[in-house]
Design a protein around this ligand. Structure first.
Ligand code: UD1
Ligand code: CA
Length: 456
C-alpha cells in the first residue's frame, strides 16, 4: 500500500437520462444499497483519507447518502475535467495521491485501486496512472496511446477525435485514474474545450503532464470491474456480477449454497459457517445468521437475526426485528416481525407473529395469529417459556400468556393467562344425537319437491 495520503474524487453529476428515473443515477441500488455507497466502502478498505463526491445541482439525497463524506456541486456539465475541478476545489490543497472514480462504475475492487496506487510509487514516478482495459466492444471509449518501447502512456484520444489507426487500439480508458495531488490543479487549469464535444476533457491531462516532462502509465484492469451503469439493463448486469461476488464470499466463509444462482444477498448479509441455504432464498439488508442453521427454500429474510442451529422455512417470511433463537424453528407460511422467538421455540405452520416474545421451548400451533394492531396502535404479546398455543388461536394484544400455560385450539384470547393454566375461549361443543340424519332427510325432500315443480 502507498505510504502517501490518498484522496478520492468520485464523479456523480450525471442524472443518467437513460435510467428514465426521478432519482440521480448513483442512488440506484445494487446489493441493497445505493451504488455510490459500494464505492465508498471500497475506498474505506484501502483506507482512503478524504473523499469528495461531485454531484449536480439539487442532488441533496446523494449528499445525505454519502455523508459524512463531502459533496461538491458541479453547476454546469462542462466535462469530466470541470467536474474533477469542482472536487479539487472542495478538497483543498492536497499533495498525496488523488484517485478519480466514476459513481456509476461501482464494481472496481480494492486490489485494482491498490495496484494503481502502487504504480504511482514506481521509480519513474508517473504523474498520472490510468486504469486501462480491453473491452469486447471498444465503441465510444477513449483509446490509450502507448509507447511501443517502454509501454508508457503518451495520450488519451476520445473516440470521436481518434484517427482510424487510433480507433483500432484495443486498450481503452476506463476513466479511473490516480494523479499526483501536487500537480492536478495546475494541469486541470490548462485544459481547454476546443474539441468535438466542446467539453473540458479530463483525459487531456496525460498529454499536458508529458509536456511538463512527467511520465504517465497504464495499469490494466478487468472489464467485469469496469461495467458502467447507464440503463436499467446495465444496472441488472452489475447486480448479477455483484451477487456472484457475494455468493462466492458466503461459500468461502463456509456456507453451503445448494443452488448459488438462486440466492440473493445484500451487501451486509452475514452468515456463519456450516449454515445451509436452500434454493430461492432472498436476504434483505441487516441479516445475521449463526452457525449450522438451515434456511429452507423460498424464504424471504429481511432485517432478521437467526441463531445457531435454527431452522427457517420453507416459505418463511422474516421481517425486520425478527430474532430467532438458537435451535428455534420457523416453518412454512409463517411471518415474523419485531419478535423474539427464544431458544428452541417452534412456530411451524401458517402463523403471524408480530411484536411478540415467544419464550424458550414454547410451541405455537398452526394458524396462530398475534393480533398486534387494532387499526390505531401496536401492542405486545408475551408468551412464556414452554407454553403451548393450540392451533388457530387469536392472541389479542396486549396480552400475556404465562410459562407452561396451554391455550385450547381455536381460542380468541383477550385476557392474560397465568402460568400453567389452561385457557379455553371458544363456545363449548354440543352434540345432538341423530340431528344430522334428520337434517339430511329434510333437505332431500325439499330438493325432490322443487324438481317436480320446475318445467323440463
Ligand atoms: C469518459 C472518458 C473516456 C472513457 C469513458 C469511460 C473523458 C473526456 N472521456 O467518456 O475516455 O473511455 O469516460 O467510461 O473523460 N461527469 C460529470 N460532469 C461532467 C461530465 C461527466 O460529473 O461534466 C461524470 C458523469 O456523470 C460520468 C463520468 O463523469 O459518471 C463520465 O462522463 P461521460 O460523459 O459518461 O464520459 P464519456 O464520454 O463516457
Ligand atoms: Ca460514459
Amino acid at each position: 500500500m502507498s505510504k502517501k495520503k490518498t484522496a478520492a474524487i468520485i464523479l456523480g453529476a450525471g442524472m443518467g437520462t437513460r435510467m428514465k428515473s426521478q432519482k440521480p443515477k448513483v442512488m440506484h441500488h445494487i446489493g441493497g444499497r445505493p451504488m455510490i455507497n459500494h464505492l465508498l466502502a471500497t475506498l474505506d478498505v484501502i483506507k482512503c483519507d478524504h473523499t469528495v463526491v461531485v454531484v449536480g445541482p439539487g442532488m441533496d439525497d446523494v449528499a445525505a447518502a454519502v455523508s459524512p463524506h463531502k459533496t461538491a456541486v458541479q453547476q454546469e456539465r462542462l466535462g469530466t475535467a470541470d467536474a474533477v475541478k469542482a472536487g479539487v476545489d472542495a478538497l483543498g490543497p492536497f499533495k498525496g495521491n488523488i484517485l478519480i472514480l466514476y459513481g456509476d462504475t461501482p464494481l472496481i475492487t480494492e486490489q485494482t485501486l491498490n495496484a494503481m496506487l502502487a504504480e504511482r510509487d514506481e521509480k519513474n514516478n508517473p504523474a498520472v496512472v490510468v486504469l486501462g482495459f480491453e473491452p469486447m466492444e471498444p465503441g465510444d471509449y477513449g483509446r490509450l496511446v502507448t509507447d511501443d518501447e517502454d509501454g508508457e502512456l503518451i495520450k488519451i484520444v476520445e473516440a470521436r477525435e481518434a484517427a482510424p489507426e487510433e480507433l483500432a487500439i484495443p486498450l481503452c480508458n476506463s476513466g479511473v485514474m490516480v494523479v499526483d495531488g501536487s500537480l492536478l490543479d495546475g494541469l486541470l487549469s490548462r485544459i481547454k474545450n476546443d474539441n468535438a464535444k466542446g467539453e473540458y476533457y479530463l483525459t487531456d491531462i496525460v498529454g499536458l503532464a508529458r509536456e511538463d516532462g512527467f511520465s504517465a502509465s497504464v495499469v490494466e484492469g478487468d472489464e467485469e470491474e469496469l461495467v458502467g451503469i447507464n440503463s436499467r439493463y446495465e444496472l441488472a448486469q452489475v447486480e448479477t456480477i455483484l451477487q456472484d461476488r457475494l455468493r462466492e464470499r458466503a461459500m468461502k466463509a463456509g456456507v453451503t449454497l445448494v443452488d448459488p444462482a438462486s440466492v440473493y444477498f445484500s451487501f451486509d448479509t452475514q452468515i456463519d459457517p456450516d449454515t445451509i441455504v436452500e434454493p430461492n432464498v432472498y436476504f434483505g439488508t441487516n441479516v445475521t445468521i449463526g452457525r449450522g442453521a438451515h434456511i429452507k427454500a423460498f424464504s424471504h429474510i429481511d432485517g432478521a437475526y437467526i441463531g445457531n442451529g435454527a431452522n427457517v422455512g420453507p416459505f418463511a417470511r422474516l421481517r425486520p426485528g425478527a430474532n430467532i433463537g438458537d435451535g428455534a424453528r420457523v416453518g412454512n407460511f409463517v411471518e415474523i416481525k419485531n419478535s423474539d422467538v427464544e431458544q428452541g421455540a417452534k412456530v411451524n405452520h401458517l402463523s403471524y407473529v408480530g411484536d411478540a416474545r415467544i419464550g424458550a421451548g414454547a410451541n405455537i400451533g398452526a394458524g396462530t395469529i398475534t393480533c398486534n394492531y387494532d387499526g390505531f396502535m401496536k401492542s405486545h404479546t408475551d408468551i412464556g417459556e414452554g407454553a403451548f398455543i393450540g392451533s388457530n388461536s387469536a392472541l389479542v394484544a396486549p396480552v400475556k400468556i404465562g410459562d407452561g400455560a396451554v391455550i385450547g385450539a381455536g381460542s380468541t384470547i383477550t385476557n392474560d393467562v397465568e402460568a400453567d393454566a389452561l385457557a379455553l375461549a371458544r363456545p363449548e361443543q354440543k352434540n345432538i344425537k341423530g340431528a344430522a340424519a334428520k337434517l339430511r332427510d329434510k333437505k332431500r325432500a325439499l330438493k325432490e319437491k322443487s324438481k317436480k315443480g320446475s318445467p323440463e
